[in-house]
Design a protein around this ligand. Sequence first.
Ligand SMILES: [Zn+2]
Length: 118
Amino acid sequence: MTRDGPRRPRTTHPVPLAVYAGVRGPELLAAIRASVLARDGSACAYCGQPGDQWTLVLTFAVPRSRGGTGAWGNLQVACAGCHDEKGEQTAVEFASRRLCSSLQTLRRKLAGSSGGVI
Ligand SMILES: [Zn+2]
């Protein structure tokens, strides 16, 4: 996650040509993964951890179980930790919960260092 929440896909990056070239199966998945990695700067959409096709997994911003589609714009790459923690949450829900958790931690730290007055 960046300071401003989950990174949004760059809309100017073209959808992989393999989608239009009749490529199917594992080759299509590899082409889509490579394209999403390139689009998203080869880093986890949530924590920014850099990675590659071996360390980052494709995930859905809106999970399919929640009505998300397999459209290229709904795909993101995430590290294993963020992917597991996100689960069936949408990207916005996940980022919001993380932000709230971070703020609560900061509030506790500030309360501890100020004698409980913040
Ligand atoms: Zn991550």
